[in-house]
Design a binder for this molecule. Structure first.
Ligand SMILES: Nc1ncnc2c1ncn2[C@@H]1O[C@H](COP(=O)(O)OP(=O)(O)OP(=O)(O)O)[C@@H](O)[C@H]1O
Ligand SMILES: [Mg+2]
Length: 231
């Protein structure tokens, strides 16, 4: 479903250049659950942003459903993204001025989903995430764990094929962190492809493959069973 070929990403101006990703090659099959690990600054978020089409590589090709994304105009890229991909972030990224319900509704509005369909989808994910009783609260009135459940609900409302999660449990205590991991696991069991950045070996092992990045390069990408064997 996803293929990265010889991807390089260089940030910088004339004086300082940072080579954030170096010659990345990666295949992702539908239904995979992949964890991305590595030290701070090694390029994990950069990789996730490229996968999410929020940023362009400096060189190399990105294929999504065999279509070369790098060659599409920005408007078409946005359409592929909206139709297929959702994000979950460490700091939830909810909009403080909008209620829980309105936050979840936002990506549906972008997709021009009808009011009736929006209502059905919102009710569905509010219940799935067990936050229906907080629908009219503002994000600041919720605990961190509840805010992340809203962020997961928002990510699910568009029924994405791919979820990209950047340290989704990074700000949560272990119980809420484990809850979010169980949610991601159950989505993956029902077919959603997941790529997740994490610093937690324990949470990484929910995945069926663990990619280790170091200094912008993929150093290992093992099936989780093999990784476990060596731990
Ligand atoms: N917008 C930017 N402009 C310039 N350099 C950047 C930018 N974003 C990231 N970098 C650099 O690229 C490298 C990779 O950054 P990235 O954010 O991908 O790391 P990370 O693995 O996600 O780290 P962390 O675990 O701390 O989140 C770093 O050296 C960083 O300083
Ligand atoms: Mg990061």
């Amino acid at each position: 479903m996803i293929r990265l070929e010889n991807i390089n990403k260089i940030y910088g101006s004339n004086d300082v250049e940072t080579c954030a990703l170096k010659n990345i090659n990666l295949n992702v099959d539908p239904g995979e659950f992949i964890s991305i690990m590595g030290p701070s600054g090694c390029g994990k978020s950069t990789l996730l942003n490229l996968l999410g089409m929020l940023d362009n590589p400096t060189s190399g090709d990105y294929f999504f459903d065999k279509q070369c994304i790098s060659q599409l105009p920005e408007r078409k890229i946005a359409n592929v993204r909206k139709k297929n991909i959702s994000f979950i972030f460490q700091n939830y990224n909810l909009i403080d001025e909008l209620s829980v319900l309105e936050n979840i509704e936002l990506p549906l509005l972008y997709q021009k989903i009808s009011p009736r369909q929006r209502k059905i989808r919102i009710t569905e994910v509010l219940e799935q995430m067990n936050i229906a009783h907080r629908a009219n609260h503002m994000p600041q009135q919720l605990s961190g764990g509840q805010q992340q459940r809203v962020a997961v609900a928002r990510a699910l409302s568009t029924k994405p094929r791919v979820i990209l999660a950047d340290e989704p449990t990074g700000n949560l205590d272990s119980k809420n962190g484990d809850n979010v991991m169980e949610l991601l696991k159950s989505l993956n069991d029902r077919g959603t492809t997941i790529l997740m950045v994490t610093h937690s070996q324990y949470h990484a092992e929910y995945a069926n493959r663990i990619i280790n990045l170091f200094d912008g390069k993929i150093i290992t990408q093992d099936a989780n069973a093999i990784v476990k064997h060596y731990v």
